[in-house]
Design a protein. Sequence first.
Length: 143
Amino acid sequence: MNVKTFILRTVVATVIHFLLGFLLYAVIFSKYFQAHMGPAAVSASRPVGSELVNFIFLSCLSYGLLLAYVFSRGASQSLKQGLQTGAIIGFLYASAVNTNLYATTNLLTIEVIVADILMYTFMSTLMGGAISFIGKTRKKLAI
């Protein structure tokens, strides 16, 4: 595993996750999520503007590290394979987390689960594509 490539992949995946997550969850679909959350979400959610952004970033970093690690352990992937792998990992991860939360809490509704799985799969698809692109580009440039 090339450490420089691993770090670059992690940084890029983290930034994509953080910025795209903000755009999708806080800007574009925020009203949808507010309208469709489960009954316990109102009391469990932090008020808008008081979210702990440093912990959101830490979450994005953890997932970015996971994807960078998985991609570093596998065979060299084309952009298409990276997009597909990112989508599969994102779908499985989001499905596991959301269905578990639905089964054990009153935070989510089926509508929120479906939306979150779709959005997380989309974000992971782009992250996987970027990670593969970085691996291919760094090999060609011998950086």
